[in-house]
Structure formats: structure tokens, C-alpha cells
Design a protein around this ligand. Structure first.
Ligand code: G3I
Length: 356
């Protein structure tokens, strides 16, 4: 005999699955399990009415693809170019959407003047970093509710070498999180990492290194609120569901939020017609999503783009196919039609463990 609670929760799941299959927006399906669904967009696409219409229908929030990076914000040592980021902030505020910040400390997308300045003295590197984070994060305090404070800081042998780590070592991470907390006490401060999702040995090693880094930062009182799992999945890299589940459980056990921050599914090595490729992409993502959404510490899923019309993979060797066709990594195709990946997301949200 089903208890009333079990009956109602079963009915809720059936209702959510029904909604998902009926093509309700992904933001609605996500909200049904207490999460947010969003995507990365570029300000240069704000005038693309059909694409923006899809973003507004499907997403509860966005993350700027490039406008929050040093390369966009900092044309020179004494000036800030906020205009592109302000456009995206205005876009979200006018529509009641959430907006994430990406990213305050990364080894890529750095202007040349900065690389030269960081190579001079550690003291100068620290003051440049402090001024940047204080100015940028304070400007959007109360608006940008979640920041990728540090992005892709792990490398094969510990911290990823680059201008920041070469200048300041692990202190760069502590300085960045401390400055972001001071500038925006309410924002969720995230350490965003890539290549930790699959069963590859390199991914397993990186999961281990990330857990060690998180424990080290937490023991020092560094104000990390959560981990971003980028989830640039690749169909040729199988998901190790048991290992991923164990990793998520350890991160959640630290009291940290978990965000999927940049989901897309690279089908560069998948052959066959688009219909077959799209199903392989969806099935691959489903193995990842079923584990991810079984963890209640997971608060949101952002795709890195929404339509195959705009994907970084079309401009990067990682996404170039031997047959010359374009990769199809996102939930909607270039004509904005729904793909099996969108259905996989909807069904995963519908069957997800509901966040309390
Ligand atoms: O804006 C300039 C333009 O003026 C110039 O004419 C053109 C010439 O190449 O470059 C343009 O800048 C490009 C920028 O995207 C804006 O489109 C850069 O060259 C290009 O390197 C940059 O690529 C971005 C990349 O991060 C580096 O910032 C991708 O669009 C973006 O999708 C990618 O996103 C990253 C995340 O931030 C972190 N995780 C991995 C993810 C994929 O690499």
C-alpha cells in the first residue's frame, strides 16, 4: 500500500515527466526539481531576435561567454570597459533573469599589458588582482549572484602554470576568493574546473587533485562556496558514473554547492547522419545527467550556448570533424529546432532528486 507521501511524490514525478515530454521550457523542468537551467550567451547575439527568443523561453539565467573576462573588461591598466557586460546585465534585469559572472582569475583571455605587468613583481600582481576584483565584483554586487572566481586552475602536475600562478602561486586563489567575498558578501563564489567528468585516467587524477585543493583551501578559511563542473563532455570519453557519483558526494560532504557551468557534448568523433549523431549525444549526456541530478547539492545547469548556431567548438580544433561537418553539441539545432539532447535534459530534470 503506497503511503500518501509516496503516492504524491510519484504523481509529481509522473507530472514532471509528462511536462517534460510535452516540451515545456527547460527552465520549467529544472524548477520542478528545485534547480535553474541557463546558458552562456554573447552580447553580440542580443540583436538576433529568434535566438534570443529561444533563450528567453528556455532559460532562467545566463552567463556571459566573454564579457566578464579580462580580455573584454580591461583594454588597459588604468581602464575598464564595462559596456559589453552592462548590456548583458541590463538584458537580464529587464527580464528578471539570473546572471552568473565568468571569470575573475584564469590563465586565458588575458590582455597583453597584463601578462607583462604580472611578470614584474608579486606585489604588483597582487595589487592588480585586488583592484580588478574589487572594482568589477563591487559594481555588480546584488546583481551577479554567482562568480566563477577561479577558472581551470589545475594542470597535469598540480596548479596550471600561467601568468597568475607563476606570479603568486596558490596565493592567487586565496587572494581572489578573499577579494570577491569582501566586494560581494552575498554572491556565491565558485571554483570552476574542467576535464573531471569522464572515466579517463587524467579526469580521475584531476578529480583527486581538485578534492585535495578544496580541502586545502577550506582548511585555510578561503571562502569557497562551491565547485563548477564545466562538463564539456566528449562522446569518445565515456562517463564513469560510479566515480562521478563518489566525487559529487565528497564535494557535497564539504558543504559546497555544485554547479554544472558549461555543458555541451562534443560529437567530433561520432560518425553517421545528424539524426544518429544527435541521439548519441543525448545518450552520452543522459549518463552524466542521471548522476548529476541525483545529487541535491547540484543547484543549476548552464549549457555553453543553447543552439548549434553558436558554439565555440566550431572555432576550435577540439570541435573540428574529419568529415568537415559542424559539431552538434547543444540542445537546439542551428534552426533552433529541439534535439534529443533537449529531451534528455528535460527528462533528467523530471526524474531528478528534488532539492529541499
Ligand atoms: O573579440 C575578438 C575580435 O575582436 C577579433 O576580431 C577576433 C579575432 O580572432 O577575436 C575575438 O576574440 C575572441 C573571443 O572568443 C570573442 O569571440 C578570441 O579570439 C577567442 O579566443 C575567444 O574564445 C573564447 C574562449 O573561451 C577564450 O576566451 C570562446 O568564445 C569561449 O567559448 C571560450 O569559453 C571557455 C570558457 O571561458 C572557459 N571554459 C572553456 C570554454 C571553452 O574554451
Amino acid at each position: 500500500m503506497l503511503s500518501r507521501r509516496a503516492f504524491l511524490s510519484g504523481a509529481l514525478v509522473i507530472g514532471r515527466i509528462g511536462g517534460a515530454l510535452a516540451g515545456e521550457p527547460l527552465r520549467t523542468a529544472a524548477a520542478g526539481c528545485g534547480r535553474m537551467f541557463g546558458c552562456a550567451i554573447s552580447s553580440r547575439h542580443l540583436g538576433e531576435r529568434d535566438f534570443i527568443g529561444l533563450v528567453l523561453r528556455e532559460c532562467g539565467g545566463i552567463v556571459p561567454e566573454g564579457e566578464g573576462k579580462w580580455a573584454s573588461l580591461r583594454p588597459g591598466p588604468d581602464n575598464f570597459n564595462f559596456a559589453p557586460l552592462d548590456r548583458l546585465v541590463s538584458f537580464t534585469r529587464e527580464r528578471g533573469m539570473a546572471i552568473r559572472g565568468h571569470t575573475l582569475l584564469w590563465q586565458d583571455a588575458l590582455p597583453n599589458w597584463l601578462k607583462r605587468a604580472l611578470s614584474e613583481t608579486p606585489g604588483q600582481a597582487e595589487s592588480i588582482l585586488l583592484r580588478h576584483i574589487d572594482t568589477v565584483v563591487r559594481r555588480y554586487d546584488g546583481v551577479i549572484d554567482s562568480w566563477d572566481v577561479v577558472n581551470e586552475v589545475l594542470g597535469p602536475d598540480g596548479l596550471q602554470p600561467g601568468p597568475w600562478v607563476d606570479a603568486l602561486g596558490i596565493e592567487a586563489i586565496a587572494i581572489a576568493f578573499g577579494a570577491a567575498r569582501t566586494a560581494s558578501p552575498s554572491a556565491r563564489l565558485i571554483l570552476n574546473e574542467t576535464a573531471i567528468e569522464s572515466g579517463l585516467r587524467a579526469h580521475a587524477e584531476r578529480r583527486h587533485a581538485l578534492l585535495a585543493l578544496l580541502n586545502r583551501l577550506k582548511s585555510r578559511g578561503v571562502p569557497v562556496d562551491g565547485v563548477g563542473i564545466q562538463a564539456h563532455l566528449r562522446c569518445s570519453e565515456p562517463i564513469d558514473q560510479a566515480a562521478l557519483r563518489g566525487f559529487l558526494s565528497e564535494v557535497a560532504g564539504m558543504g559546497l554547492d555544485i554547479l554544472v557551468t558549461e555543458l555541451d557534448v562534443n560529437d567530433a568523433e561520432v560518425f553517421g547522419d545528424p539524426k544518429r549523431r544527435d541521439q548519441v549525444v543525448a545518450d552520452h549526456a543522459q549518463r552524466f545527467l542521471d548522476v548529476i541530478l541525483d545529487e541535491t547539492a547540484v543547484k543549476s545547469i548552464h549549457c555553453w550556448g543553447l543552439s548549434d548556431r553558436h558554439s565555440w567548438l566550431h572555432h576550435h580544433p577540439a570541435g573540428w570533424r574529419a568529415d568537415g561537418a559542424r559539431t552538434r553539441p547543444l540542445p537546439f539545432d542551428a534552426d533552433l529546432a529541439v534535439k534529443p539532447l533537449a529531451s534528455a535534459l528535460a527528462q533528467a530534470f523530471a526524474g531528478a532528486r528534488v532539492r529541499p
